[in-house]
Design a protein around this ligand. Structure first.
Ligand SMILES: Cc1cc2nc3c(=O)[nH]c(=O)nc-3n(C[C@H](O)[C@H](O)[C@H](O)COP(=O)(O)OP(=O)(O)OC[C@H]3O[C@@H](n4cnc5c(N)ncnc54)[C@H](O)[C@@H]3O)c2cc1C
Length: 440
């Protein structure tokens, strides 16, 4: 979906309920009470649309990229939390239902009963917890999968609580047509969960893979190859990633995102380059060939397909080389004659993957491979240092670079430095695509 269409859709879904309330029920209460209601309505609609921004919908992240999608998800979740937290404190008047003969239209009292108050209070506490546990996820003593389950279930419970609160206590949400708008949005959020946790696993059952090889290819880095058991496997574009599940049921939450490092034209096999960091990635040495695997995808927009460019700049830090390999391998197969420069940073030479294959490709096509090592051995005769602004400007500071397309993948610090350096060189932001291998 085009980013402009996505933006219009987002605004319509999140601002729509407030607009309906304003049109259908002209404000007659004090400004502060209308603001309190408005914040509550906005928080609920943002919360509901968050389900579609979970990174699992290619219609959303395919054009804007997974990084922008997840940043948006985080930023909007924090905005919704602030709105929700302020919502009860702004009201001026009597919260609970009382007989107030002179206030027949409820302009000074809000008619909360104990059930509506309880669901509102519980949702208020849970929203705070949901956002804080997401911000400090890495500090929590839980596995990523446990956190993900708690995050998804927590969000679903909050939606249930807020829906009850809005329908029973909401001055506007409790009446048609707004009450029906909430029914529609809640149903949409429920559908996204059903699609991700039931629909797609069912589809994965029909497209099984098996591990065909696993081998160590560099320091703490592995190559894992899977092969489709039937047909050619899931089609993808060079540079995209999938959620990979190895050895578990397709309904399992044990799945991790990895970029496909092989070329789409490689047929039924797909290769991954995986760095050891945690539970799954450190268990690859125990993985045997023939183990069943499933993939969900492809996702992401770190691709050159369909994009006009005089040349292709690829900047990879460490295992960020994975999507670049796919792009370079496909360019090689397509006999793409556009010039390309791969700038590939590592700490030491033992971390470089496929050094020989990259050297061969650079002899056979207009590809220049520039290795940069931050802790080189004494006999290293290549570049040394980090992938900072100076190195990037030195390698790509030539005339016409503004018409090149750049793909960036690696640690967040490297990506930020590369983005600023390229923009200073005159490369338009629209020609720079980047992917961090982590969500925050
Ligand atoms: C779009 C994308 C593409 C990636 N491509 C590659 C690649 O080609 N090669 C590579 O080595 N690494 C890649 N990564 C990183 C890789 O996903 C993590 O290193 C891996 O999931 C760690 O899993 P673990 O069980 O070993 O470690 P854990 O200790 O479970 O997790 C370590 C960290 O990895 C991240 N992570 C773990 N599980 C998930 C999940 N299901 N969804 C999202 N993030 C998760 C979290 O930030 C977590 O804190 C990519 C990440 C993303 C977001």
């Amino acid at each position: 979906m085009h980013p402009a269409i996505l933006a219009v859709l987002y605004i319509a879904l999140t601002a729509g309920p407030i607009a309906i309330a304003a049109i259908e029920f002209p404000a007659r209460r004090s400004m502060i009470n209308e603001l309190a209601s408005g914040l509550g309505l906005a928080a609920f609609s943002i919360l509901l649309v968050e389900f579609a921004l979970s990174g699992r919908f290619q219609a959303v992240s395919g054009k804007i990229g997974i990084d922008v999608t997840m940043r948006f998800h985080q930023l909007l979740a924090r905005t919704a939390a602030v709105f929700a937290l302020l919502h009860p404190f702004l009201y001026r008047g009597h919260l609970f239902r009382r007989e107030r003969p002179w206030d027949t239209q409820g302009l000074e009292s809000f008619g909360l009963d104990i059930a509506a108050f309880s669901t509102g209070l519980l949702a208020w506490i849970l929203i705070l917890l949901l956002v804080l546990t997401a911000i400090w996820r890495d500090q929590l003593p839980y596995r990523y999968e446990t956190w993900r389950l708690m995050h998804g279930l927590g969000a679903a419970v909050i939606v249930g609580l807020v829906a009850h609160h809005a329908w029973t206590a909401g001055r506007y949400s409790g009446q048609a047509p707004l009450s029906w708008v909430w029914v529609g949005l809640v149903a949409l959020a429920a559908l996204t969960l059903l699609a991700v946790y039931i629909g797609r696993p069912l589809r994965r059952l029909t497209r099984p893979y098996t591990v065909s090889s696993v081998r160590k290819i560099a320091d703490r880095t592995w190559e894992l190859v899977i092969a489709a058991k039937r047909g050619r496997g899931v089609p993808f574009t060079a540079g995209q990633f999938v959620w990979l599940n190895v050895g578990h049921s397709p309904f399992s939450l044990y799945e991790n995102p990895f970029s496909i490092a092989s070329a789409p034209d490689d047929g039924k096999t797909q290769a991954f380059v995986i760095k050891e960091v945690g539970d799954f990635t450190r268990s690859l040495d125990r993985l045997s060939t023939g183990t069943r695997a499933h993939i969900d995808g492809p996702y992401g927009n770190l691709t050159i397909k369909g994009r006009e460019a005089d040349g292709i700049g690829l900047i990879a830090g460490g295992v960020g080389i994975a999507p670049m390999l796919s792009v370079l391998r496909q360019m090689h197969k397509d006999s793409d004659t556009r010039p390309a420069i791969l700038l590939y940073g590592n700490r030491h030479r033992g971390q470089i993957v496929y050094e020989g294959e990259l050297a061969t490709m650079s002899r056979e096509r207009p590809l220049q491979v520039v290795h940069v090592l931050s802790e080189p051995a004494e006999d290293w005769d290549g570049r040394s240092g980090v992938l900072d602004s100076a190195t990037i400007k030195d390698v790509y500071g030539f005339d016409g670079v503004e018409r090149w397309l750049f793909l960036l993948c690696g640690p967040p610090g490297m990506i930020e430095a590369a983005e600023s350096a390229l923009i200073e060189l005159g490369v338009p932001a629209s020609r720079i695509l980047s992917e961090r291998f982590q969500y925050d």
